[in-house]
Write a protein that binds this ligand. Structure first.
Ligand SMILES: Nc1ncnc2c1ncn2[C@@H]1O[C@H](COP(=O)(O)OP(=O)(O)OP(=O)(O)O)[C@@H](O)[C@H]1O
Length: 707
């Protein structure tokens, strides 16, 4: 690719189309103390849609590539600028280029009127009204501490007890697991003749991720305590197959599994007999499809159809996608559709699905120019964990490498500003060893505070108690993904908060959310950063005195943000390994950015990213040179396009295999070829900068944890 082509692509600084400023509205919920309107924060540069390469030369940073060495060290102009920056920061130690100059204007958000869907979580009915075995009711009350039924449980449990297939849809954290686990246990314990271990699997529960498999297995273990003759088991990627085979041989009656590992055993473990399976549960069905597991699902369904008696099938999802509707069509027989609000998974798909989010969830958005994103996240975390206590935060980012990098960076820099108990960081992503992942999962579950940095591997189904904040540092790839992420808080009637980070250019995503009945309030950037005023460790040596005027306060806050950014950058640049980690994180972020679905390309397009500014959000002082693969102009088949087309090929191949399997089994309805829409999990994109040891499976676009 020519350098001019590269420039064309990457010199476009984000700018908000004028229409978005008028269509979006602003909420002042968060701005309790100080109002900071965009008028006061007039940018020094005029608003433009694109900045041409010539204009960009004006800017303080190299947009695409790090400047050639002769420029970095040579031209007096550059040196002069650096000097000014040092002066501006007011401290000899502040080498950071001005964080608050040359940023795109932050648009005024006008919030469209949204009628948010509300689902009542609890009913007045209780488990004891359902004619369940008294020991089961006692276990629910005493071991699981539940007595009243949730709305979804009230509708689902009687339907499943009657033996019907069901398609169940309900908001996150509404108790879907018990809605199928309770009737399953009730019917298994009542089976005549009595269930025995040697019967082998009677129920299969398929879930998309390993953590969810462990969590669900745990629930069955508790529910089955009084019925010791019924044995639950878990099969999942990352575990030793040999040990699993031994457990299968010994006998398991309720098998909870991830799709890849179950399909693997069906094909390769002779002792896994499916002939007795009477229940099949597909939990988080939309996620199973999103991850491209249609081939594995086909193996499972074909395996069951070949040998099994008639069985009861249940499909559950918090969100709907056309794929889920088609899957419901394929694997459910005359199902009952259950939904607390909105259509059920077996209903025909509508144009724009409305999502229900928990009533007690407060949703915020902060518009942050790329350059300021990192320090804004750091300030937010300090505010929640150091200045206000008892917060438990999950931060979603778009790649394993970004998780690793932030964990290293914050774990080293932010913890300096807080006592140990105040601020602890954990990480969870698909490149971690299973043992470590399970340990982190349990550790974060058990802790009352702390920050979990993670990819979307933690977005679905995980029930982590008392999470107070969900931060989406990288925006989700769809509204459904947004709903699942925020659903990790405000569960089962509790309260919680969420904060979505968007750059000014991405502000129209708020309208996309509103189209799905999701309403977010604005949290002002300055209000987030203002927490730095609470600690003089961030004080610069500037002449500004916050007491004198709002402008001086603003300047003071900016100066402190610059001090913190400098600390972050100093850390990154203190070791070549950290610089490399930052570059990997940046590269994987850019890769993920190319994979937004077509209808969101206008909101999230690589062309709108300014590489120099984005690099800053990874603690890099300059845009790194030679990021590979580099972006190409649209339609020019550059490396980014190759990444995309490879993904499409993989999805196509999976769909092809699916068709092949179905052709071998003409008795079953075919899964719709549209399953090739199954997209890769964005959050597990890698930079491609790691060595050749990348796992084979990842090449297929599926990371190990979902095996
Ligand atoms: N009737 C109930 N009363 C009180 N707590 C309940 C009840 N039913 C379930 N819970 C608890 O609520 C939490 C959330 O349940 P669960 O994980 O099944 O929700 P979910 O609807 O599957 O959420 P997601 O869509 O995010 O997977 C769990 O801790 C569970 O033990």
């Amino acid at each position: 690719m020519t350098s001019s082509a590269e420039q064309q692509l990457c010199l476009n600084i984000c700018s908000v189309p004028s229409s978005s400023s008028s269509s979006l509205s602003c909420s002042r919920k968060w701005a309790k103390h100080k109002k900071w309107t965009s008028k006061k924060q007039k940018p020094e540069k005029k608003k433009k849609s694109f900045i041409s390469p010539e204009e960009e030369e004006d800017d303080e940073e190299a947009p695409l590539q790090a400047p050639p060495p002769e420029l970095t060290h040579g031209p007096p102009q550059k040196k002069r600028r650096r000097k000014e920056e040092v002066k501006e920061g007011g401290s000899g130690s502040i080498k950071t280029s001005s964080l608050f100059r040359h940023n795109p204007e932050i648009p005024e958000i006008l919030r469209p009127a949204v009628a948010q869907l509300k689902e009542k979580v609890f009913t007045s009915a209780s488990f004891s009204d359902l004619h369940l075995h008294p020991h089961l009711v006692a276990t629910l009350n005493k071991v699981l501490n539940v007595s009243r039924l949730t709305s979804i449980q009230q509708q689902t449990i009687p339907a499943l007890l009657s033996g019907r297939d069901a398609a169940v849809r309900s908001q996150t954290g509404s108790g879907k697991t018990l809605s199928y686990a309770v009737p399953l246990v009730q019917r298994l314990q009542a089976s005549e003749p009595k269930v025995s271990r040697s019967d082998g699997p009677l129920a299969l529960v398929v879930v998309p991720t390993r953590e969810l498999a462990l969590q669900t297995y745990n629930t069955f273990q508790k529910l089955l305590k009084p019925f010791t003759w019924i044995v639950p088991g878990v099969l999942m990627g990352g575990e030793k197959k040999k040990a699993e085979k031994a457990r299968i041989r010994k006998g398991m009656n309720v098998v909870v599994s991830t799709p890849g590992r179950l399909a693997d055993h069906i094909q390769n473990t002779l002792s896994l007999a499916l002939s007795a399976v009477r229940w099949l549960v597909l939990d988080e069905a939309d996620r199973i499809l999103d991850l491209g597991f249609d081939r594995e699902l086909t193996v499972i369904l074909n395996g069951l159809n070949r040998t099994g008696p008639t069985r009861q099938n249940v499909l559950l999802s918090a969100t709907l996608s056309p794929g889920v509707t088609r899957l419901a069509d394929v694997c459910l027989h005359d199902p009952i559709s259950i939904s607390v609000s909105g259509p059920a998974p077996s209903d025909p798909p509508s144009q724009s699905e409305s999502f229900a989010v928990p009533e007690e969830l407060q949703q915020f958005v902060v518009l942050v120019p790329s350059k300021v994103r990192l320090v804004c996240l750091a300030a937010f975390i300090l505010d929640q964990c150091k200045f206000s206590h008892s917060n438990k935060i999950i931060v979603f980012v778009s790649s394993c490498e970004a998780v690793e990098f932030l964990h290293l960076l914050f774990g080293s820099v932010l913890t300096r500003h807080a006592a140990n108990q105040e601020l602890s960081f954990l990480r969870l992503h698909g490149n971690m060893r299973q043992e470590e992942r399970s340990q982190v999962f349990h550790q974060f579950s058990a802790s009352a505070t702390g920050v979990l940095l993670c990819t979307d591997v933690a977005a679905r189904g995980l029930d982590l108690p008392q999470v107070t904040w969900i931060v989406q540092y990288t925006p989700p790839s769809s509204t459904a993904e947004y709903v699942h992420r925020v659903g990790r808080t405000a569960r089962i009637g509790g309260s919680g908060n969420s904060l979505l980070f968007l750059t000014p250019a991405e502000a129209t995503f708020i309208t996309e959310l509103a189209n799905h009945n999701i309403s977010v309030s604005e949290m002002k950037l300055q209000d987030v950063l203002s927490c730095l005023m609470k600690d003089d460790a961030f004080k610069g040596r500037g002449k500004y005195h916050s007491q004198t005027s709002p402008q001086a306060l603003q300047q003071d806050i900016r100066e402190r943000a610059t001090v913190l950014q400098t600390q972050l950058e100093d850390f990154v640049h203190s070791d070549a390994r950290w610089v490399q980690a930052a570059k990997k994180a940046l590269q994987s972020f850019l890769r993920a950015y190319t994979t937004y679905p077509a209808h969101l390309k206008q909101v999230f397009h690589l062309r709108r990213l300014h590489l120099g500014h984005t690099a800053k959000s990874f603690g890099l002082r300059d845009a790194p040179q030679g990021l590979s693969p580099g972006p190409a102009p649209r339609g020019h088949g550059g490396p980014w396009d190759r990444v995309r087309s490879r993904n499409q090929n993989q999805a196509g191949k999976r769909a092809g295999n699916l068709r092949k399997n179905q052709n071998q089994n003409p008795g079953r309805k075919r899964l719709h070829p549209g399953h090739r829409e199954a997209v890769l999990i964005r959050s597990e994109f890698s930079s491609g900068l790691e060595g050749g040891g990348a796992k084979k499976r990842r090449k297929r676009g599926i990371t190990e944890e979902e095996d």
